[in-house]
Each structure stands twice: as C-alpha cells, then as structure tokens.
Design a protein around this ligand. Structure first.
Ligand SMILES: O=C(O)CCC(=O)C(=O)O
Length: 264
C-alpha cells in the first residue's frame, strides 16, 4: 500500500506562520500497511529581529526567559551575520553590500523544539520528518543526539529519495550550521540546502533543540545573484520571498517550493 503522508499543526493561533509567537504540536501522519504512524514534536516559535519589536510577545515565565533568550538570540544573530559575510566572500560577492544590508535587516526566527520521552511500542513516534529549511542559514543548538543529514555524495543533489542518512554527533559547546533553501537559490545552486531529520536516540529523556533561522526580509524576492549566472551556469531558479516559502510550507506539500521554481 502506498504511503500517504499528511501533516497537522495543532495550535491556538490559526493565523499560521506569521504570528510573533506560536506554540505548536507538529504531527506528520503516514499510512503504513496496517496502521497509521504519527511523527510528533512540540515547538515554540518566536521572531527575534528587531528584538525590541518582538520581545514583548515572548513568554514571561520563567521570569528570566526574555533576558536569557534575548541574550542568546542577539549573540546567535551576530554569528549569523559573520557567517553570511564569509559565505558572500566565498562566492566572490563580498562587495554586494545590498545583500549584506538586506541580511542584517532580515527575518530571524527562533524555534525551540521539544522531543518528549516516548515508548518504542507506541504508534506515536517522536521526531522531525525529512526536510530542508527555508532560511539562508540555520544555526542549531541541540541537547542530545538524534539529528541526521542526508549524504548525497554519490547521488544527484537535486533528488532527495536517494542518499545515506548520517548521524550528527552532539559535540559539547558546539553549534551546527545548515545551508537553507534560499542560500541554494541565491548562490544559483553552488551551495546546496541540507536535507535533515530527527530521530531521538533516548526514549526516556526529552531532547531539546533550538534552531535559529536567518533570512532576508520577509517580502524580498530572493533570486540567483546575477554575478553567479553565465553561459556555463545559467540561472537555475525563479525568485521567491520568505513569505512565499512559509505560506507554501504551511500548505504541507511534499515537494519544496524551490524545486517547483527550478528553471533547469
Ligand atoms: O531538532 C533538531 O535537531 C532539528 C530541528 C529542525 O530541523 C527544525 O527545527 O527545522
């Protein structure tokens, strides 16, 4: 029997991806041969740039939440800006100040994921399904192992059905950095967004992760940089904004928006 996948978002606020704070139980249901399997995680999503505009919407409990989370988001944002500068240099786009300015003023979304303890026998499995991120880059902090990335070294990078899942170890005091879909577009396919999923290792302890998604401004159309288009490397993608990617993600289609925007 073919696998049917359906995702549901359980949330108080139905105005989807753009409310300043959202608490969600994210479930993906898949019809297996003789049962329905559910893949579940809980997440709290906050916007964080500009911090002054959003912090008043953040949780007040525990009482130092805003102060500590504010400090973390400020530091991780600085890191994101440094990394973006280095990536631009690697693409010989170091002089493209409009891109840097846009990134500096861009959208910063922070998602705290909680993967609760679970029983192996339950048909509710805990984890995150295979996906890539809408961001330019994502910076991830994780409490314990469970993250896996698809290694497509021997495959055509544009297809995500093949490849080998590789576990990413949790290294003390380290962050992971992912290339997101909009960097794949901006770099005209030179950087590839990372296909990843989560299968928590421990059934008895919760796993927590904090993903910081760094984007351009929400309505900025992201297209391949013109400096990276030539006869040898023609333009690979049509443009899209972060708003387009978020709206599309909430429509829960199995194909990435940037793949539907592929020109070649
Ligand atoms: O929990 C993780 O390690 C990854 C989370 C993730 O992929 C996401 O929030 O998009």
């Amino acid at each position: 029997m073919p696998e049917i996948e359906e995702e549901t978002l359980e949330t108080n606020s139905r105005d989807e991806m753009l409310s300043p704070v959202k608490l969600v139980r994210f479930q993906r249901r898949a019809q297996r041969t003789d049962s329905i399997e559910v893949l579940q995680r809980d997440l709290l999503r906050l916007y964080a740039n500009p911090l002054e505009d959003f912090m008043d919407f953040w949780p007040k409990n525990p009482s130092d939440y805003r102060e500590k989370m504010g400090r973390y988001t400020k530091e991780v944002r600085k890191l994101g800006i440094h990394l973006f500068g280095a990536i631009m240099e690697s693409l010989n786009l170091g002089g493209a100040t409009h891109l840097k300015e846009n990134f500096n003023q861009g959208m910063h979304m922070v998602v705290a994921n909680r993967y609760s303890p679970y029983q192996e026998s339950s048909n509710i499995k805990i984890g995150a399904p295979p996906h890539s991120d809408h961001s330019i880059i994502t910076i991830l902090l994780q409490s314990s192992p469970g993250l896996q990335v698809l290694d497509m070294a021997d495959n055509n990078h544009d297809h995500h059905n093949n490849g080998t899942w590789k576990a990413i170890p949790k290294l003390e005091a380290s962050l992971q950095v992912f290339v997101g879909d909009h960097l794949e577009v901006l770099s005209n396919g030179i950087y590839k967004s990372v296909w990843h999923r989560v299968i928590p290792i421990s059934t008895s302890n919760a796993r927590i992760s904090m993903a910081s998604f760094h984007n351009f401004q929400i309505d900025e159309i992201v297209e391949p940089a013109k400096e990276l288009i030539d006869n040898d490397r023609p333009k690979k993608f049509k443009g899209s904004s972060v708003r387009d990617l978020l709206k599309y993600a909430s429509s829960q289609k199995p194909v990435r928006l940037i793949d539907t925007h592929r020109i070649i």
